[in-house]
Design a protein. Structure first.
Length: 74
């Protein structure tokens, strides 16, 4: 493993150990909340990316509409 992957691995295990120690969950029950958090992070990243693309498209359409309206006024 590279150093950054090793660090990530160690941090994830430390976080899982701490979450398990501070809750009444058993070892096999800890995966659901952890996987839920991972999914929420994934969904958040995908949403922000899609939002940025939609806003860029909307800006492009708005500017092209304004140009079209200016042509009609002339």
């Amino acid at each position: 493993m590279t150093k950054s992957r090793k660090q990530l691995h160690d941090q994830l295990w430390a976080g899982a150990t701490q979450a398990r120690a501070n809750s009444s969950l058993k070892l096999n029950e800890i995966s659901e909340p952890i996987l839920g958090l991972i999914f929420l992070k994934f969904a958040d990243v995908r949403f922000k990316r899609a939002k940025k693309e939609v806003e860029a498209e909307r800006t492009k359409q708005t500017s092209s509409r304004k140009r079209w309206e200016l042509r009609l006024e002339i």
